[in-house]
Design a protein around this ligand. Structure first.
Ligand SMILES: *Cc1c(COP(=O)(O)O)cnc(C)c1O
Length: 452
């Protein structure tokens, strides 16, 4: 019998169980996404802005394949939770959602990346997708496309309130307004919104960050006043990401744009844990162990010999590597007392005969695998090839000792966002609670082989 460090799955049907077994045969690791958690996180974010009739709408940000959680299932779960907008960075993701049947009758969509002349503004306009523009060249191209399609382009004017990325600056905004006014008058552009992005997740204990956010808000309001004075008042202003949605009600305006909160994480562990914000991490990442064997004391583990076994021990292979998106920077160094910097690797929950234990990546993460030093005999621990281990999950309880994506972020010196978005598509995404969250029509849009 193989041990399982991940929680038991309650399958919705025999087919769900069969799908799980098939996924394990196809690949020795699985990313399991709880659709009910996604829906509930969105419900909570809608509550945070005062409910569906508060005058503030909520956009589920589903860029980058919904932060690695899967574009369509996540988008549908966000809508089930009360989002009335979806946002993607890339045009093709918004177009994909429209093609998959999420029409303008169900939600507005905004997309904001564009490059040179190739962006398919015509298709975006034809598909009722709102676009962001923050450059004079962008305005020209968009209005050309609108004239060709014969339909006004719905525009959100991007302003640079201090982030230093996209958007019109305070200096070139008069020129932008002078260009926008006749285009709006002609009917080529429908000026729907004005928006900007915040540079720091609110860190109430860092006065410098609080101050820079307040300056961004002041500048944002200045831009609004300039649009109003030019007769181009935006109907929808939006500035808040997850951090500001949770901590700055005064800038909820007509729309907020949470991303990471939908996935169940706080933007920065310095703000506290997800539970503090009533959020529940939606994704768990698990894998089945490869070779488990005994090795002698002083044995080097993996490339570069950055890890030497302390004493006689057993090792186990976890069949996930940097080609799966496991950060090489989450490698673990331990030179058994030799002069060297020790560094803890990413954590893995392993079930042993005595209950769950956390082990850490031992040595360097390889392309397709990494190694765990079990710090003892596998036979005595009851650890075997084929056992299911868990890299991260919702972070259940002390006794459960479940690592989270924040723990992996710490080990890899990055943020949870990057942990999720790096997970490659070769890891199967499997979904829990689809039939609890979706009615028959949405259920039918999903790949049935992915539902547990
Ligand atoms: C990614 C993104 C968001 C969401 O940010 P979170 O920190 O994940 O809430 C909002 N707005 C824009 C423009 C973004 O690029």
């Amino acid at each position: 019998m193989s041990l399982n460090a991940a929680p038991e799955i309650s399958f919705s049907s025999e087919q769900g169980k069969a799908n799980y077994e098939a996924a394990k045969r196809r690949y020795p690791a699985q990313a399991i996404v709880d659709l009910a958690a996604l829906r509930d996180n969105m419900r909570h974010l809608v509550d945070v802005v005062g409910g569906t009739h508060s005058g503030t709408a909520v956009m589920g940000v589903v860029k980058a394949d919904a932060y690695g959680h899967g574009l369509l299932p996540t988008a549908l779960a966000a809508l089930a939770g009360g989002a009335t907008w979806l946002g993607t960075a890339q045009a093709h993701e918004a177009l994909t959602l429209r093609k998959l049947g999420i029409g303008p009758d169900r939600c507005r969509m905004l997309t904001w990346m564009y490059n040179g002349a190739q962006v398919p503004f015509d298709e975006l306009i034809a598909n009722d997708i709102d676009v962001s523009v923050g450059s004079l060249a962008g305005l020209d191209r968009l209005s050309c496309a609108a004239r060709q399609v014969g339909k006004p382009a719905r525009v959100h004017v991007k302003v640079d309130s201090g982030f230093g990325r996209n958007g019109f600056t305070e200096e070139n905004f008069d020129e932008a307004l002078a260009r926008l006014a006749p285009l709006a008058h002609e009917g080529a552009l429908d000026i729907v919104g004005q928006w900007s992005h915040l540079a720091v997740a609110d860190a109430p204990d860092v006065p410098e960050f609080v101050e820079s956010t307040e300056r961004q808000i002041e500048r944002f309001n200045d831009f609004t006043r300039r649009m109003e004075a030019a007769g181009l008042a935006p109907r929808i202003r939006h500035l808040a990401n997850t951090a500001a949605t949770l901590s700055r009600p005064e800038i909820h305006f007509e729309l907020v744009r949470p991303g990471i909160g939908l996935y169940g994480y706080e933007p920065d562990p310095a703000m506290g844990t997800p539970a503090k914000y009533a959020l529940r991490p939606a994704m768990s990442l698990q894998a089945q162990l490869g070779t488990v064997k005994d090795v002698a004391a002083g044995h080097g583990i993996s490339y570069g010999r950055t890890y030497l076994t302390d004493e006689r021990t057993s090792t186990a292979i976890v069949p996930l590597g940097y080609a799966d998106g496991i950060h090489r920077s989450a490698s673990g160094f331990d030179m058994a007392g030799a002069k060297h910097t020790d560094k803890p690797g990413g954590p893995v929950r392993v079930m042993t005969a005595d209950g769950p234990r956390l082990f850490r990546v031992s040595g360097r993460v390889c392309m397709d695998q990494f190694i765990l030093d079990l710090r003892g005999s596998a036979a005595e621990l009851g650890v075997h090839e084929g056992d299911t281990v868990e890299l991260f999950g919702p972070g259940r309880g002390e006794a459960f000792a479940e690592p989270t994506a924040d723990d992996w972020a710490r080990a890899a010196d990055t943020i949870s966002y990057e942990i999720f978005t790096c997970l490659r598509s070769r890891i199967p995404r499997l979904y829990l609670h689809a039939s609890d969250v979706f009615g028959p029509a949405d259920l039918a849009r999903l790949n049935p082989a992915t539902l547990l």
